[in-house]
Design a protein around this ligand. Structure first.
Ligand code: HEM
Length: 404
């Protein structure tokens, strides 16, 4: 080849919408074919933008490790970039910052997710899980595991973190569930988000006057002068949005996955040592953040053989990366004993899920408690009638009718 030839411009391949699962657990054949055939391709995001699509494990991990090239400070997908609402929502949201601003905020928060803090929270999580299992038992089978267990447990854990008063919890949870529905028109979602933001601003103001023993109160005691009220409100909103639907859908999908693999379900139920590796393998195998994450090229640079230009949108696809042979052997098989070290279910790099210790705690408590309370847990509907929920950034189930 001619050494003076200009670098090849990216091939203008047709832009397919991101090929996402509509049902079942496996990534779509289209997404896997893209991964196996090309290192990088073009796609359109769920918000209709054109973006680079990175699908392989090593490439996704490399991109996540390079925040100076792949920035989080670009436009937030799905929002009107110039609006006040967008600015308000981005303030304090770690996911919209790059180092060194990101480092400053994140350092203040990591103290709230330490081993010690998780130990302190364990009895509360156990209590929340147990009270929901008891209520299910009282009401009797069949029941919807999503509405009665998977959704309320993580929601109440977030309420604990934020110190949402008991009598405000129903209203708060109703609003936060509604806000996450991507089927709603953008304007309506923005309004709901602004309302939630307003509610949380009130919560922060109350906590500033009288800090409690919850995460928000502790954060204020330790960093009241380092964090503005806007930043604290944004942090509260982020914890809610990032920690609620993700964990809920892991509980629902994880239970269905185990029901479809009875030998592995029995291990989680009967062997207390099985749950930790099981949670990691379920995180890998399910990739609940199924749209992956988005970054913006911070400058012009070359990656995977193409030239990216400053401002280009980039999608990093978790479902294909987590099912890559470069990560584990026989990647499409669920094997809860392998633990899947290095999976990308919680992301990687500086934005690696801050709440991962809490999500792990919730899952490690919830799965065995559910399976021990109802050792004969089974689907109350034919398997092929289970309705998946694919329109949100987090993959999940509409409902999971179970009996025992
Ligand atoms: C970030 C997944 C639970 C709080 C992330 C990221 C992923 C993720 C993939 C990285 C996003 C990116 O790089 O752009 C999950 C999953 C969860 C879960 C699958 C449940 C199983 C939680 C919980 C909380 C939480 C329970 C808090 C209560 C956060 C925060 C970030 C984050 C604050 C942003 C971190 C940063 O930008 O530095 N999560 N998450 N997550 N998650 Fe989670």
């Amino acid at each position: 080849t001619c050494p003076y030839q200009a670098k090849a411009e990216p091939t203008p391949t047709p832009e397919l919408p991101l090929p996402m699962r509509r049902n079942g657990f496996d990534p779509t054949p289209e997404l896997l074919a893209l991964r196996d055939q090309e290192r990088i391709s073009r796609t359109t995001t769920p918000f209709g933008e054109t973006a680079w699509l990175i699908t392989r494990y090593e490439d996704v991990k490399t991109a996540l490790s390079e925040p100076t090239l792949f920035s989080n400070a670009g436009p937030v997908p799905g929002f009107d970039q110039a609006s006040d609402a967008q600015r308000a929502v981005a303030t304090g949201n770690l996911l919209t910052y790059d180092p060194p601003d990101h480092t400053r905020l994140r350092r203040m928060l990591t103290g709230q997710f330490t081993v010690r803090r998780m130990r302190d929270l364990t009895p509360r999580v156990e209590q929340i899980v147990e009270s929901h299992l008891q209520a299910m038992e009282r009401r009797g089978a069949p029941t919807d595991l999503v509405a009665d267990f998977a959704l309320p447990v993580p929601s109440l854990v977030i309420c604990e973190l934020l110190g949402v008063p008991w009598d405000e919890r129903d209203e708060f949870l109703h609003r936060s569930n509604k806000q996450m529905d991507l089927r709603l028109p953008e304007q309506e979602r923005l309004t709901l988000l602004a309302e939630l933001h307003g509610y949380l601003a009130g919560l922060v103001a109350r906590a500033r006057r009288d800090p409690g023993d919850d995460l928000l109160g502790l954060l204020i005691r330790e960093h009241s002068t380092d964090l503005t009220t806007e930043e604290l409100t944004g942090i509260a909103l982020l914890l809610l949005v990032a920690g609620h639907e993700t964990t809920a859908n892991m509980l629902a999908l994880g239970t269905l996955a185990l029901l479809r693999h009875p030998d592995q379900l029995a291990l989680v139920r009967d062997d207390p040592a099985a749950v930790n590796p099981a949670v990691e393998e379920l995180m890998r195998w399910l990739s609940v953040v199924h749209t992956g994450v988005q970054r913006t090229a911070a400058t012009d640079f070359e990656f995977a053989g193409v030239r990216m230009r400053a401002g280009d949108a980039v999608v990093l696809a978790f479902p294909s990366a987590n099912r890559d042979h470069a990560l584990v052997d026989d990647p499409d098989r669920l094997d809860i004993t392998r633990g899947a070290p290095g999976h990308l279910g919680f992301g990687h790099g500086v934005h690696h899920c801050l709440g991962a210790p809490l999500a792990r705690l919730e899952m490690r408590v919830a799965f065995p408690a559910l399976l021990r309370r109802f050792p004969t847990l089974a689907l109350a509907k034919p398997d092929d009638e289970i309705a998946f929920r694919s329109y949100n950034a987090v993959y999940g189930l509409e409902s999971l009718p179970v009996t025992w």
